[in-house]
Design a protein around this ligand. Structure first.
Ligand SMILES: [Zn+2]
Ligand SMILES: [Zn+2]
Length: 254
């Protein structure tokens, strides 16, 4: 299974650094995980939006969802090949929020672009060659974390989350943990993980490798990796847009 980082910035995108989004691929199946601002353009380096098999959205914060708005325009009115609605697995109020923002005929048109399924705790869905399972996690809005499995390979994406039992259970034994580090200190942003907490999660879960993403703006990437490594003996990297990681195969590209 291959993970491509489309964006890893927190709060707002910068040139060459979109907000949260990743592409999961295995054996021809493609799942977009979060659609932060900047990720729709980045996605097209690898795959047409018309060729997505599903979209999984962790929570409604704009840094994880904003590019669903232009993606709606692309699917409804763009120059893409016609296709059935893209399955969107996301928070229960995601459709309502998108329709409210889009206005116009979106109430009638959005179901032609997207086929919504509401996330609930401990649910699962097989998308082509990839099995997805998710858990509700602690954040300041309803939020979920994702585990993707294909063959013997497993990737866990925390989305935005504070430390919680659900994260530990979901991440148990995974090959790759893509963990947010949105808090420089525990008391500054309690709805997010600090680098140490991300490292501790990887350690408790016995993850094979840890990739930090969604770093607090005040965190230096090298320092964040060093802090995570104080709690975790495995390899620690920091996500950047364009990084591709193969899980279940020995190759890593950046
Ligand atoms: Zn976020
Ligand atoms: Zn958030």
């Amino acid at each position: 299974m291959e993970l491509t980082i489309l964006g890893a910035a927190s709060h707002y995108p910068k040139p060459g650094a979109p907000c949260s989004g990743a592409l999961l691929e295995h054996d021809g199946t493609a799942v977009l995980v979060d659609a932060g601002p900047g990720t729709l353009a980045e996605l097209q380096r690898y795959r047409s939006p018309a060729d997505l098999d599903a979209i999984w959205i962790s929570h409604v914060h704009a840094d994880h969802t904003a590019d669903l708005l232009p993606l709606y325009y692309a699917l409804r009115f763009g120059d893409l090949p016609e296709r059935p609605p893209v399955p969107v697995l996301g928070p229960p109020d995601l459709r309502k929020r998108l329709v409210a923002f889009l206005g116009g005929g979106a109430e009638d048109g959005i179901d032609a672009a997207f086929a919504f399924t509401s996330l609930a705790d401990r649910d699962a869905r097989r998308i082509g060659a990839i099995d997805l399972t998710w858990r509700a996690v602690d954040h300041d809005v309803p939020a979920w974390a994702l585990r993707a499995e294909a063959g013997a390979a497993s990737i866990v994406v925390t989305g935005d989350a504070a430390p919680c039992t659900a994260l530990q259970e979901l991440a148990a034994g995974c090959d790759l943990l893509l963990a947010e580090a949105g808090a420089e200190r525990e008391d500054a942003h309690p709805a997010h993980l600090t680098p140490e907490q991300a490292g501790a999660l990887a350690d408790t879960a016995d993850a094979s490798r840890l990739v930090l993403t969604h770093l607090a703006l005040t965190l230096d990437p090298a320092d964040a990796a060093r802090r995570a490594a104080t709690r975790y003996d495995g390899p620690v990297e920091v996500a950047v847009s364009g990084a591709r990681v193969s899980v279940g195969l020995p190759t890593v590209e950046a």
